[in-house]
Design a protein around this ligand. Structure first.
Ligand code: ASP
Length: 388
């Protein structure tokens, strides 16, 4: 992803320069097409920069966007008896929409309540319900995009799950907030407006599932929460953001990917159990044994450095891998690649390297692989490598 990112950024700059210098939009395949006044670049046309941020739907009227609510701080309300306390998942989908003045000028919205929980309680059942509903809405052709309101704590996991089981080229945009709906300067309404703008933008097509907060747009693969309380908490540490949103425009700074990974059918819940083993100094193999004793079918190492850990842990992981458990090495570091066969010999241990996926997302992918019977280490590695 690192070299790919550099190339993509270079390509994005080049396309941007062509657009600025010639007023033409480039199509994949290289053919330049005239474009009139600034406007959103069509899906597949590379970097989308321009106004307006929204456009007519396939039916010729305002884009139709479904808002599916799951809870989180964006739906949170203050506790009457505490200065800082609040409870996530209180306001409904309709309440959230009503709090955004003028949102009806951006899109025609429908609202559904899928759940109303803090995302620390997010689970396979809600994921599966959400994914099935999104696929159904797209299959029926009733919506041009979907916005999912969600708590920020695990938003990156849900985004990654959806990105792997929703195959439409129409956008799915996850949004949350860091301050509850009742807070001074609540960030939810502006974030929700941004999410609807993105879901309604033709330039958002073909980009899979995205996350938007604080005017910044991220891919499901790379987005991660980096700060416990700041509104500027989400970052894409390896690729940089996909783009930015303001009141007037959705500006993509990265091109539409030419080829995306394959999608899995939506599994049924519960998904196979996969545990994360967090590595640290003075580490023993106990957490590995503990996870296996509870029936884990997969283990993800949140390793030190380049996905490393103490020898007894590596030995236990290797033993598990050779007994059919899917074992993937990721890193607790927060950015950078976990490299196959670098300091740790994956070939010998029977483990796979997560490349740029963090431990939380690696765990989701291993669940999906297990659910689809993909357990052979070479095939597991291939699935991680295609997301590289
Ligand atoms: N605990 C909350 C949640 O993830 C935090 C938030 O939404 O910002 O639901």
């Amino acid at each position: 992803m690192r070299s790919r990112t550099v190339l993509l950024r270079f390509a994005a700059l080049l396309v941007g320069a062509v657009v600025v210098l010639t007023g033409c939009g480039a199509r994949p395949g290289g053919a330049a097409t005239p474009s009139s006044a600034p406007g959103p670049v069509r899906a597949g046309a590379g970097v989308g920069v321009g106004k307006p941020a929204h456009a007519a739907s396939d039916s010729g009227s305002l884009p139709r966007i479904a808002v599916l609510a799951t809870g989180g701080t964006i739906a949170g309300k203050a506790n009457a008896n505490s200065a800082v306390g609040y409870t996530a998942g209180q306001a409904t989908a309709e309440d959230l929409i009503k709090a955004v003045p003028g949102i009806d000028k951006v899109a025609t919205l429908s609202a559904e309540q899928i759940a109303n929980i803090g995302s620390q309680d997010m689970n396979d059942q809600v994921w599966v319900k959400l994914a099935n509903r999104i696929n159904e809405l797209f299959a029926e052709g009733k919506v041009d995009g979907v916005v999912v309101t969600h708590g920020t704590d695990t938003i990156e996991e849900t985004a990654f799950f959806l990105d792997n089981v929703v195959s439409s080229d129409r956008p799915v945009v996850l949004v949350g907030s860091m301050r509850p709906a009742t807070a001074l300067s609540a960030d939810g309404p502006a974030n929700l407006r941004s999410a609807v703008q993105v879901a309604a933008a033709p330039s958002a097509r073909g980009r899979g599932t995205m996350v938007v907060l604080n005017d910044t747009l991220h891919s499901a693969d790379d987005v991660t929460k980096t700060n416990t309380t700041s509104v500027q908490t989400f970052k894409s540490p390896n690729t940089g953001p996909l783009g930015y949103v303001d009141a007037a425009a959705v500006n993509f700074v990265q091109p539409v990917p030419q080829r995306r990974h394959s999608h899995f059918p939506v599994p049924s819940a519960p998904l196979p159990r996969v545990d994360i083993v967090y590595s640290h100094s003075n580490m023993t193999a106990d957490p590995v044994k503990e996870a296996l004793s509870h029936g884990a079918k997969g283990l993800v190492l949140a390793g030190v450095g380049d996905g490393n850990t103490a020898k007894p842990v590596l030995d236990a992981l290797s033993k598990a891998a050779k007994s059919g458990v899917v074992v993937v090495r990721s890193s607790r570091v927060g950015s950078g690649e976990t490299v196959r066969n670098a300091e740790v010999d994956d070939d010998r241990l029977g483990t796979s390297a997560a490349h740029f996926l963090n431990p939380a997302k690696s765990r989701v992918l291993v669940q999906l692989l297990q659910a689809n019977g993909i357990t052979d280490p070479a095939k597991v590695q291939e699935e991680f490598t295609t997301r590289y």
